[in-house]
Design a protein around this ligand. Structure first.
Ligand code: FAD
Length: 463
C-alpha cells in the first residue's frame, strides 16, 4: 500500500526566504481538526504571527500492522482523509494559504520544518489520543524556546467549562450527562478571511510518495471534507427532516435516513461538534424541537463523555483489564478472529454487519454493539483485537469513541452493568425481522462451525 520514501516528499522550492529568518513565523499542525471554521487555535496563531505554515503529517506508522494484526488506517478512512485534506487545502487557498502535507514520522517531519523556517510559535488542537499527546510533549521538549499553544475545538466543552476536575470525571455516562447537559455551548468561531502568507512558495506541497487511494463508490455520500460535512448536516436536518424521527429510527442497520452519518466528519474534524449542535438548535427554533432532536444532542454527549474518559484514563484505555481493572477470561483463537473479520461466523446478523463494514467502512451503532458482543461473548476473544480491527476498518474511527465503546461492551469500562451480552437471535427479530439486511450483505453465506477442530478430534495425529 505504501510506495516511495520521504526523500521526494517535500516541496520543490523549499529555500527559506530571507524574510522568514526575521519574521515571526508560526506553524499550525492540523490533526483531527481539518477545517478553518471553529478552529480557535488556528485563528489565535494566525493573529500572532506574520507568516504561517499549515501542515498535516501522514504518519507512515498508520499503514503498518500493529501487534493486534491490524493496521491503524485502512483504505476506506485513508480515502476519506485524502478527500478531507484536498478540501482543507481548498479552504486555505481561498484565504491566501495552502496545506503542506508531509509523509513520515510526525515529530521528525514537523521538527524539520521548525528548523528550516525558524518557527517561533506552533499550535494545534488538543487530542485525546495517548500517542498524539506524547508527540506534542516530545515536540515541546525538543524545541523548548518555541511558543507552543493548544486549543480545544474537538469537544463541545472546554476543560475549564467542566463542573469538575478531569480526575473526578464520573465513572459512567449518566452522572456525567446530568452535570454537563445545561452548560452553554460556545458558538462556533468564524474562519478568518485571510491568513498570513506562507514564508516560501511551494510549487508542490504534497508528497508524491503518499499511499495510493483506492476509489470507492460503496457509500457515495461519505465524501471527505468540510464542504461535504456541511451538506450532510443540511441534508439530515433541513432537507429531509429525518432528524425529527431520529429517536425512533436510530437503531436501524442500513440506509441514509436512520441516523445522521456525521461521525466520519466529526472524527477527523471536518465539522465540529459545536457546529452540529448549533445547527440542531437552529433546526429546533425554525422547525421542531422534540425527543428526537434532543436525542442527537444526547449522542453527541456520549462522544463528549468518551473524549474526556480517554483523557482521564490515558493508556488504560488500551489495556485488556480496562479502566475497571478487571481482566476478562479470554484466549486468542486466530481462526475465530478470522471468521469474525471476514463475516463467516455461524451468526448471520454478525456476518452481514462485518461484510458491510469491510465493503463500506461504515456500520450502524446497533451493528457495532452486536458484533462486539459476539466477539466478546460468543467467540470469547480478547476485545482489543476487535477494537483494533475497527480502528483499521472504520471510516469514522475516533480513538476515544472506539476504544471507550469497546471497553464498555467488554465489561471493563463505563457500563454500570458491567456485562452486556446481546441475544443475537432476538436482535435479528427486532432489527431485521425479514432478514433484508442479512440478505443484502450475504450473512448466510460461508457460515460453518466456529471451530474446525473440536475436542472430538483431539489429539491430532502427527503421522
Ligand atoms: P448518530 O446516531 O447520528 O449520532 C450522532 C453522533 O453522535 C455520531 O456521529 C457520533 O459522533 C456520536 N455518537 C453516537 N453514538 C455514539 C456512541 N455510542 N459513542 C460515541 N459517540 C457516539 N463512533 C465514532 O465516531 N468513532 C468510532 O470509532 C466508534 N467506534 C465504536 C465502536 C463500538 C464498539 C461501538 C458500539 C460504537 C462506536 N462508535 C464510534 C459510536 C457509534 O456507533 C457511531 O458514532 C455511530 O454509529 C455513527 O453513526 P452516525 O454518525 O450516523 O451516528
Amino acid at each position: 500500500m505504501i510506495s516511495g520514501d520521504m526523500s521526494q516528499s517535500t516541496h520543490s522550492d523549499n529555500n527559506m526566504t530571507e524574510a522568514s529568518k526575521t519574521e515571526n513565523c508560526g506553524l499550525f499542525w492540523f490533526r483531527h481538526d481539518l477545517r478553518v471554521t471553529d478552529n480557535e487555535p488556528l485563528n489565535t496563531l494566525a493573529r500572532d504571527v506574520n507568516c504561517l505554515l499549515c501542515v498535516f503529517v501522514v504518519d507512515s506508522r498508520w499503514f503498518k500492522a500493529s501487534h493486534y494484526q491490524s493496521a491503524h488506517m485502512g483504505e476506506h478512512r485513508w480515502r476519506f482523509l485524502m478527500e478531507s485534506l484536498v478540501d482543507l487545502d481548498e479552504q486555505l487557498k481561498q484565504r491566501g494559504q495552502q496545506l503542506i502535507v508531509k509523509y513520515g514520522e510526525p515529530i521528525a517531519a514537523i521538527g524539520d520544518l521548525v528548523i528550516e523556517h525558524n518557527i517561533k510559535h506552533i499550535a494545534c488542537n488538543y487530542h485525546s489520543g495517548v500517542y498524539e499527546c506524547q508527540q506534542w510533549q516530545r515536540l515541546q521538549t525538543q524545541f523548548p524556546f518555541m511558543k507552543a499553544t493548544t486549543g480545544e475545538s474537538h469537544s463541545l466543552f472546554t476543560n475549564s467549562q467542566l463542573p469538575f476536575a478531569l480526575t473526578d470525571l464520573p465513572d459512567t455516562f449518566t452522572p456525567f450527562r446530568k452535570k454537563v447537559e445545561m452548560i452553554d455551548i460556545d458558538q462556533p468561531m468564524q474562519a478568518m478571511d485571510v491568513y498570513p502568507p506562507t514564508p516560501i512558495r511551494f510549487q508542490e506541497s504534497w508528497p508524491t510518495s503518499l499511499p495510493q487511494v483506492v476509489a470507492s463508490d460503496a457509500y457515495p455520500r461519505l465524501l471527505g471534507g468540510a464542504s461535504a460535512a456541511k451538506s450532510q448536516l443540511k441534508y439530515y436536518l433541513f432537507e429531509t427532516d429525518y432528524i425529527a424521527e431520529y429517536k425512533q429510527t436510530r437503531n436501524g442497520l442500513d440506509g441514509w435516513s436512520f441516523s445522521s452519518k456525521l461521525s466520519a466528519w466529526l472524527a477527523n474534524g471536518s465539522i465540529s461538534a459545536r457546529q452540529v449542535f448549533h445547527e440542531l438548535k437552529r433546526y429546533e427554533a425554525e422547525r421542531t424541537a422534540n425527543a428526537s432532536t434532543y436525542w442527537l444532542y444526547f449522542e453527541l454527549l456520549w462522544r463528549e463523555y468518551f473524549y474526556w474518559y480517554a483523557l482521564k484514563h490515558n493508556s488504560q484505555l488500551f489495556k485488556v483489564e480496562g479502566v475497571r481493572r478487571k481482566r476478562p477470561l479470554t484466549t486468542f483463537a486466530p481462526q475465530r478472529f478470522a471468521k469474525w473479520t471476514s463475516g463467516t461466523t455461524p451468526y448471520p446478523i454478525v456476518n452481514a454487519c462485518m461484510r458491510q463494514l469491510n465493503a463500506t467502512g461504515f456500520m450502524s451503532n446497533r451493528g457495532r454493539q452486536l458484533v462486539a458482543s459476539c466477539l466478546v461473548h460468543e467467540l470469547s476473544l480478547d476485545w482489543r483485537y476487535g477494537a483494533a480491527y475497527f480502528e483499521q476498518q472504520l471510516i469514522d474511527f475516533d480513538v476515544a469513541s472506539n476504544w471507550g465503546n469497546w471497553q464498555y461492551l467488554a465489561g471493563v469500562g463505563a457500563d454500570p452493568r458491567g456485562h452486556r451480552q446481546f441475544n443475537l437471535q432476538k436482535q435479528t427479530q427486532m432489527y431485521d425481522p425479514n432478514e433484508r439486511f442479512i440478505e443484502k450483505w450475504q450473512g448466510h453465506s460461508n457460515t460453518g462451525p466456529l471451530d474446525d477442530v473440536d475436542y472430538a478430534d483431539w489429539p491430532i495425529s502427527w503421522q
